[in-house]
Design a protein around this ligand. Structure first.
Ligand SMILES: [Zn+2]
Length: 175
């Protein structure tokens, strides 16, 4: 059997605290989505779809993006992201015409241009920057005092980090 000329070296997939950039982005997505929904929830946890006005529990709502999530510089933008029902976000593909109208109504004329400018920024977020954002939004959610609402993905990530740092601490103590 012919041997391969070289063994392809694996890129370090797990970069930060055992999490790759892709994984950290997913953790941030989950925390950010909770933040976007809870920031407009009333005392009973109900939110209004930004584009059609439907009322639903925040857990049934979604975090809709005006500029799609593919655009990293607007993926976690607090203006670009608004609460949507599943119908608007998924079946109506974001309900863009209405999304634009409502953005102007909420933030004033110039918002669409502002987002357009931001969209052409190249986002080269490092893993530690993603981590800072995750912790920032988790802290904001906790400050809302809505009970145990942090997503499981976030908790897993935190536990992982805690376990590791605990281990490191223990090793440090032995020396
Ligand atoms: Zn809707």
């Amino acid at each position: 059997m012919k041997q391969r000329p070289y063994t392809r070296r694996r890129s370090p997939k797990k970069a930060y605290e055992g999490y790759s950039k892709r994984e950290l982005e997913k953790v941030l997505d989950s925390v950010f989505s909770v933040f976007i929904r809870l920031r407009v929830a009333n005392g009973d946890g109900y939110v209004k779809c930004f584009t059609c006005g439907a009322i639903m529990l925040w857990t049934k709502a979604q975090c809709g993006h005006y500029w799609s999530r593919i655009n990293r510089s607007l993926r976690w933008d607090e203006e670009n992201c608004q609460v949507q029902c599943m119908r608007c976000n998924i079946y109506m593909h974001g309900n863009y015409p209405k999304f634009g109208i409502e953005l102007v109504r909420k933030y004033g004329v110039g918002i669409l241009e502002r987002l357009d400018i931001k969209s052409s920024n190249v986002s080269r977020m490092k893993n530690f920057e993603l981590e800072v954002l995750i912790l920032n939004y988790a802290a904001l959610i906790e400050s809302m005092d809505k009970g145990d609402v942090l997503p499981r993905m976030y908790k897993n990530w935190r536990n992982h980090g805690t376990k590791k740092s605990r281990k490191q601490k223990k090793i440090g103590e032995e020396n």
